[in-house]
Design a protein around this ligand. Structure first.
Ligand code: TYD
Ligand code: MG
Length: 454
């Protein structure tokens, strides 16, 4: 049997040579070659348990450096990120076309650049001229952002390697990027994955905060491979109705912070304006109480936001199947509430069309909105307005009970601060210092009694 050959493994790059040398031929480090346990060709091919480099294990309590976050100066953007940009991290920002992703990122880039940091903005969708025109419209032409229109990742990385490393790099969008090492047109799964991998590697190696803009599909997911969301550190979504002014920036995944904070912006003629106090934003400014309208104190991260829920019930004469249409809330949840109202409270919606709308283009997913939706429905059905300046909160169970919700106190206090006088909700919400006239409704039927008899 042939004598196993000696192997020397470079401790820096892992390359293997069969002769000891002072300098590694691959990475040019000195004195890094160390003799390795003899391995046969067979074992190298089939056994992964030897022949590798030593991996360093550390204790969990070993002090590590916390990355210093770079504030962009757009406070709402920083808030949604959990306090600012983390150097060497990758952020994926998704959102419907025309929602304002490019506008937001250009504004953030300009803010960071004006602080004296190096910033690069690479647009694969628009020509430089178009981006410059937008910058002029936003009043940002004088910001020292380095702007390029390019789609080749090799070109981009080569150029970035030759200039001052940017602190903040925007790639708009990852679906337009192209890598010449991969077959296929830009936007295909393998291209998106390959380009993102290279760009993220560049960002991690150079301590760059990278933002990749991502297209979304019809149902609101980020287009391309799901694995893209696994590759990045932060996934953000920029939401809103295009026909409405308000935009919400939300983190869906954040390796460096919480995911429940949002940033609120308003799209104006000269770009996105920050909305620092969004609590009143989604209320229609009506003075007179109207039937079918209820106010719900929603929570966005740590901030309460008051939202108006509107319901419209149209009685049908014929036996046609009545429609149920929902904007800003979950269809299935509306069906459930209608069923509970029918079976536990004896109301009938079966021959009526039901329309439900959350005002201002807001999207609700909080189950605590159940009671407010039920109140709007009952008020619309009875054609009687709910008590003036009242807020409603509580989750409704299939048995028709009004159940407690998280942060009841905070929500009610915010409503009181904004001039609301009455609160309705589960019996055991700690109403303590909220300053509202609070009434607990144990059962949904109590709500119906109150509205019908008012
Ligand atoms: P954009 O940032 O191009 O959207 P995205 O990159 O997400 O596709 O924004 C486009 C929309 O924003 C466009 O329909 C017009 C509107 N807008 C304004 O209302 N005001 C402005 O100052 C700017 C720049 C855009
Ligand atoms: Mg764009």
């Amino acid at each position: 049997m042939a004598k196993p050959k000696k192997r020397y493994v470079c401790q820096a790059c892992g390359s293997v040579s069969h002769r000891w040398q002072g300098q590694c031929t691959d990475c040019a480090e000195w004195n890094t070659l160390v003799e390795d346990a003899p391995a046969t060709v067979f074992s190298l091919k089939h056994d992964l348990s030897s022949g590798g480099r030593a991996v360093e294990f550390v204790d969990l309590d070993k002090p590590g450096e916390m990355p210093v976050r770079q504030k962009t100066g757009l406070a709402e953007f920083d808030r949604a990120l959990g306090g600012g940009l983390v150097p060497g991290s990758a952020i994926l920002m998704g959102g419907d076309p025309g929602i304002g992703k490019s506008t937001l990122l250009l504004q953030a880039a300009a803010k960071v650049a004006r602080e004296g940091h190096s910033v690069a903005y690479v647009s694969g969708e628009e020509a430089s001229g178009q981006v410059r025109m937008r910058a002029a419209r936003l009043g940002l032409s004088d910001a020292p952002v380095k702007l390029a229109a390019a789609t080749g990742v090799r070109d981009i990385l080569t150029t970035l390697g030759q200039m001052e490393t940017p602190k903040f790099l925007v790639i708009d969008s990852i679906q337009t990027m192209h890598s010449d090492t991969i077959e296929g047109a830009p936007g295909t799964v393998s291209q998106v994955r390959g380009c993102a991998f290279e760009l993220i590697r560049y960002a991690k190696e150079n301590g760059v905060a990278l933002v990749l803009v991502g297209h979304v599909t019809k149902d609101g997911n980020i287009a391309g491979p799901r694995v893209l969301e696994h590759m990045v550190d932060v996934v953000m979504s920029f939401e809103g109705e295009r026909s409405h002014q308000y935009r919400i920036l939300r983190a869906l995944k954040n390796r460096f912070g919480a995911v429940d904070e949002i940033g609120v912006f308003a799209m104006a003629g000269d770009g996105l304006e920050e909305v620092e106090n969004p609590s009143m934003l989604f209320l229609s400014g009506r003075e007179q109480p109207m039937a079918g309208s209820a106010v719900f104190p929603a929570m966005e991260g740590t901030r309460p936001v008051l939202v108006e829920i509107q319901a419209l019930i149209v009685r049908l004469q014929s036996g046609a199947t009545p429609r149920r249409a929902v904007v800003g809330w979950d269809n299935g949840r509306l069906a459930m509430l209608l069923a509970v109202l029918e079976s536990r409270c004896g109301l009938s919606f079966s021959s009526a069309e039901v329309y439900l709308n959350v005002a201002g283009g807001y999207r609700l997913s909080d189950p605590a909105a159940d009671l407010a939706v039920a109140a709007a429905l009952v008020s619309a059905l009875a054609d009687k307005p709910l008590p003036d300046r009242s807020v409603w909160l509580g989750e409704i169970s299939l048995a028709g009970e009004v159940r407690p919700v998280a942060h009841g106190g905070v929500r009610l206090r915010e409503a009181a601060k904004l001039g609301f006088g009455k609160g309705f909700g589960p019996s055991d919400t700690k109403n303590g210092s909220s300053g509202l006239d609070y009434a607990g409704l144990g059962q949904l039927a109590n709500l119906v009694d109150r509205v019908m008899s008012s």
